[in-house]
Design a binder for this molecule. Structure first.
Ligand SMILES: [Mn+2]
Length: 428
């Protein structure tokens, strides 16, 4: 890992939060993600499990976190299971964690080796009544694909069929969506690195530059500042390509007079930033570009103004859409008549703004969290309205990340260029 050590207090606190939600005499088991193969004996870059990270900070493959707060064996109320280090594996893939190192990182004192896991589990299962197992419950999970996490769930339930089982994901969704100040401190570093990369590309962009050259600038800045890499496939879409929401090809030329939409974020310490900015390739907005940009910025600012605890997410979205409608009227993209005659299922503004305005952000870019419950203090959201105009071959999105406070929110990207004037000044 490239990031600097993170205080294990962050993870200790998270474990305590989960333990508080557990039923009496219950055990919770969180195995890491598998490593996925490519062709032949190749493997994809290992992506650790977000829950395992949230509970322990450990990103080594085959790790298992076990929480059993009522365990009669007081020394095994929190257990971390790791691969036993062996010389051959280390010759090929590098250092494996020793017990004292894992304790240092996670704060968990009892470290066991994976080859003893079955025996360890058997003793715990014979004494626990309820078992929390984990599955991916993200609403947008593609469930057509094989689900690797189900293999572990099925094996435990087959071996111990008459225990009472609970869904860890249900608890995790609620807890992980409320970010502690320790977590936000780490996420802020991902934000800082992203802001530095934005600053760098503002000075780099000019007519004739290729989108992938901008990508290279961003990647350079990320890695040199200890980011793990990009939080997601970065989008560098000049001109009409900006209307494609997930354009990641980044292989075309940025032309004079176009706007370029950039959506990118660094991953640092396993936390993600998610920034979008749209800037003129030649450094100066045209009158029309400025008009549309300011309409989008007004919706963005509206979001920042109203996001606070207690507000229902649906009401937030409704208010954003109303503001978007007002702004689109103002810049002549829709008319009062369009609104009067619109199909309520597909309102007029949707022609120009066709994605969600906000999502939870954290250890995962589209992080777990509710979109039906009232917004909570500690939630961390993106605010990212966009206006995409086919007739004018342009797309604009403006995205910052905000952390919900007691009375409103704090903008974690505060201070980086966002207005037309700030962007033009920074590009000079
Ligand atoms: Mn986003």
């Amino acid at each position: 890992m490239k990031y600097l050590p993170i205080d294990s207090k962050l993870y200790e606190q998270n474990r305590q939060r989960f333990i508080k939600k557990m039923k009496p005499n219950s055990v919770a088991i969180f195995p890491a993600n598998p490593t996925f193969p490519t062709a032949g004996d190749g493997t994809m870059t290992y992506k650790p499990n977000a829950d395992v990270i949230w509970l322990s900070g450990i990103t080594q493959e085959k790790t298992i976190v076990i929480l059993y707060p009522d365990n009669p064996d007081k020394n095994a109320r929190e257990v971390l299971v790791l691969i036993r280090p062996n010389e051959l594996m280390e010759k090929w893939n590098g250092h494996l964690l020793r017990k004292h190192e894992a304790t240092e990182l996670s704060g968990i004192k009892n470290i066991q080796w994976l080859d003893g896991f079955d025996t360890l589990l058997q003793v715990m299962m014979n004494s626990a009544d309820t078992v929390y197992l984990n599955t991916n419950e993200h609403n947008r999970l593609d469930t057509e694909l094989p689900r690797t996490e189900l293999a572990f769930v099925e094996s435990v339930m087959k071996k111990y069929p008459i225990h009472h089982y609970e869904r860890a994901a249900r608890v995790m969704k609620e807890l992980r969506s409320v970010k502690t100040k320790e977590e936000v401190e780490v996420l802020k570093e991902a934000i800082n690195i992203t802001a530095k990369a934005f600053d760098r590309v503002l000075k780099f962009i000019e007519p004739g530059v290729m989108e992938y050259e901008i990508e290279a600038e961003i990647t350079h800045e990320f890695l040199k500042r200890r980011a793990t890499g990009h939080a997601y496939g970065c989008i560098l879409a000049s001109g009409d390509r900006a209307r494609t929401l997930h354009y990641v090809e980044n292989n075309e030329e940025c032309k004079d007079g176009e706007l370029i939409l950039m959506d990118f974020g660094a991953e640092y310490g396993n936390y993600n930033a998610d920034l979008s900015r749209t800037v003129p390739v030649n450094g100066v907005f045209t009158k029309r570009q400025k008009e549309v940009y300011n309409a989008c910025l007004a919706v963005h600012n509206h979001g920042k103004k109203i996001l606070k605890p207690g507000l229902l997410f649906q009401d937030y979205v409704k208010s954003i859409n109303e503001e978007m409608e007002r702004q689109l009227l103002k810049i002549g993209l829709i008319s009062k008549n369009d609104i009067k005659n619109q199909d309520p299922e597909s309102p007029a503004f949707k022609k120009y703004f066709y994605h969600g305005v906000s999502h939870h952000l954290g250890l995962v870019v589209h992080d777990v969290g509710s979109y039906t419950d009232p917004i909570n203090e500690g939630n961390l959201f993106t605010i990212e309205p966009g206006i995409y105009i086919e007739e004018e071959q342009m797309g604009i999105r403006i995205e910052n990340n905000v952390w919900i406070t007691k009375t409103g929110n704090v903008d974690l990207f505060k201070g980086i260029p966002i207005t037309v004037e700030e962007i033009e000044a920074a590009m000079k």
